[in-house]
Design a protein around this ligand. Structure first.
Ligand code: SF4
Ligand code: SF4
Ligand code: SF4
Length: 578
């Protein structure tokens, strides 16, 4: 520990801390723009400058280490003047379209300009090249005219995800973010995860907004429009309406969706239960019949895309199960359409998803069980929140309502899909029951829970010793797969989620600014909502879901049947990694 003073207050803090972290322990927020804990501590934006006794210049608090006897001032006139000037310089080449900008009201640059009293009248005349939008990809848009070169996106893509397809091009005033040789995003091996979007402090990167397509469908009398919400959305959507991180907003979300005019409000958790039935069956088949192992989960489209681009040798290991979003769509366009006498062409299925890669997923080949795409549009949590706001819904004060039956029925196993380890735990609950036939087989597999990037466990099931591993975030997936390739450890079953922490931290979730993201474990708070729901659910194993049983009896003829394979399974292909 070291003893120091910040703004005259005495503190004792660990000697490894930076001034920024030390100030936080005293509840002092030092503003930042480029800083992202652990992955982007580059001291580039100079917004976090502070005065340190004895230092000749202002220092960047995000990189400057604390020291015994240090005295720091975070808010002097000199500091404020410097921050104001930096903001004015940033604004000098910024496309200031706050009125309609997708991030207006949740923009870190806008907030700081407001805090420091910087407006249009005070900016310098900057060098203002006009950059074209890159809207080539299915999932996101890049607008360099709003980029402040903080490089958080580069850090997320390269250091969190080990993908590294975006970064700075050119030098000096011409520096701009782009792909190698200024290719478009759809020409490089971007996996659509959206992790660059959730760390961008401004409107320079955002999801491709598809809300108009949904408004159009809702207004089309020919269309029967149904919506499904992924397990994690209930744990995050409240944030878009000012509710605390970690609020369970399931009932209000359902009520809001119903008031938007959907003909059915359903739960992807139901399809998550179906996924477990198919995937646990696939695991046991592969174990019994000497199939390709380890079986690797396939419900995260960011991960599936990463596998196709960067690890094609693991394609045979990928479960052939479609993701829950796509299974839901396949069930809707076949069984549901028939039951309600609807032409699948007029059934419009909307997914509310944690992840921008779901936008890519709805366009995958071999995902059209009824001859039309299984799902029509995948909206992020951010997009559906904007629709609710535009419709004037007072989300916070809506009554709690229930999902519609029968595709709204789910177990706790389906719910925990939204957090890292959840798919593994859900699959184990059913696989162990099937192997042992024991009605009292275990429900809690706590070793696979938690926010560690890589987790491992071994379970004894009957005569079998089952080795499992879980990775979340593609950087961790990369590390785990390298170990598997080297033969360091043999696993039977691996769960991989494209986003760190799983879907609760997906690239389509509400954007929390860095001053919150850096100091609060939002992943753990969001995941707790799902585990609480699981605990409170009387049904906690997918095979206990009565609607799943009914669907297999009435339509699919049992897990792994030919009919189930036709509708609920898919195939993969090698994609270029350049
Ligand atoms: S990025 Fe921020 S400052 Fe720039 S136009 Fe959008 S809201 Fe305004
Ligand atoms: S979406 Fe993911 S892979 Fe693509 S540029 Fe962003 S962080 Fe990189
Ligand atoms: S695109 Fe966003 S995250 Fe990337 S450098 Fe520009 S402002 Fe920063």
């Amino acid at each position: 520990m070291v003893n120091m003073k910040i703004n005259g207050m005495s503190l004792s803090v660990p000697k490894e801390m930076t001034i920024l972290e030390a100030a936080r322990t005293a509840n002092i927020e030092i503003p930042t723009l480029c800083y992202l804990k652990e992955i982007n501590q580059i001291g580039a934006c100079r917004i976090c400058v502070v005065e340190v006794k004895g230092a000749r210049t202002l220092v960047a608090a995000c990189t400057y280490p604390v020291a015994e006897g240090m005295e720091v001032w975070t808010n002097t006139e000199k500091v404020q003047k410097s921050r104001r000037m930096t903001l004015e310089l940033i604004l000098s080449n910024h496309q200031r379209h706050c009125l309609s900008c997708i991030r207006s009201g949740n923009c870190e640059l806008q907030r700081l300009c407001w805090l420091f009293g910087v407006d249009d009248e005070h900016t310098y005349d900057g060098y203002n090249p006009e950059y074209d939008f890159d809207d080539s990809a299915m999932h996101m848009v890049r607008n360099n005219n709003k980029c402040i070169l903080c490089r958080r996106c580069e850090a997320a893509c390269a250091r969190l995800q080990n993908v590294g397809v975006i970064g700075p091009n050119d030098r000096g005033f011409d520096t701009h973010i782009g792909c190698a040789f200024d290719q478009n995003l759809d020409e490089v091996a971007c996996v659509s995860c959206g992790q660059c979007i959730v760390v961008c402090p401004t409107g320079a990167i955002h999801e491709k907004d598809q809300t108009q397509k949904v408004w159009d469908a809702l207004n089309d009398p020919e269309k029967h429009v149904i919506v499904q919400t992924a397990p994690s959305i209930r744990a995050t959507i409240g944030e878009a309406f000012g509710l605390p991180i970690g609020t369970d907003a399931t009932g209000k979300m359902v009520a809001a969706l119903r008031r938007l005019g959907f003909d059915g409000v359903y739960d992807t958790d139901f399809a998550a239960d179906m996924t477990i039935m198919e995937e646990a069956h696939e695991l046991l088949e592969r174990v019994k019949n000497g199939g390709t192992l380890p079986l690797i989960t396939s419900c995260s489209p960011g991960w599936v895309s990463f596998c196709e681009h960067y690890y094609p040798e693991f394609i045979p290991n990928l479960s052939t199960c479609k993701s829950p979003q796509q299974m839901f769509g396949a069930i809707a366009k076949t069984w549901y359409a028939k039951k309600h006498n609807i032409d699948p062409k007029n059934l419009f299925v909307v997914g509310v998803m944690p992840c921008t890669a779901k936008k890519f997923e709805v366009n995958r080949e071999d995902e059209n069980a009824a001859g039309v795409p299984d799902c029509d549009v995948a909206l992020t949590t951010r997009e559906i929140s904007r629709m609710m706001k535009r419709a004037g819904l007072d989300f916070v004060n809506l009554p709690d309502e229930e999902f519609d039956a029968p595709l709204g029925e789910s177990t706790g196993a389906g719910t925990i899909f939204g957090a890292t380890g959840g798919v593994m735990e859900a699959a184990l609950r059913t696989a162990v029951y099937w192997l042992t036939g024991d009605e009292a087989s275990p429900v809690d597999f706590v070793e696979v829970r938690g926010m560690d990037g890589i987790k491992e466990a071994t379970y004894k099931v009957g005569d079998l010793e089952v080795n499992v591993a879980i990775a979340s975030g593609l950087g961790n997936a990369d590390r785990l797969l390298k170990r598997v390739k080297k033969g360091e450890k043999k696993y039977h079953f691996i769960e991989i989620m494209g986003c760190p922490g799983g879907c609760i931290n997906g690239g389509g979730q509400p954007v929390q600014p860095a001053h919150i993201r850096n100091f609060i474990d939002l992943r753990a708070l969001r995941a707790a909502v799902l585990y609480n729901q699981d605990k409170g659910n009387q049904l906690r194993k997918s095979h206990e879901n009565p609607m799943v049983k009914m669907l297999y009896d009435e339509w699919f003829e049992g897990p792994g049947s030919h009919k189930a394979h036709e509708a609920l399974h898919t195939s993969y292909k090698v994609r270029s990694h350049f």
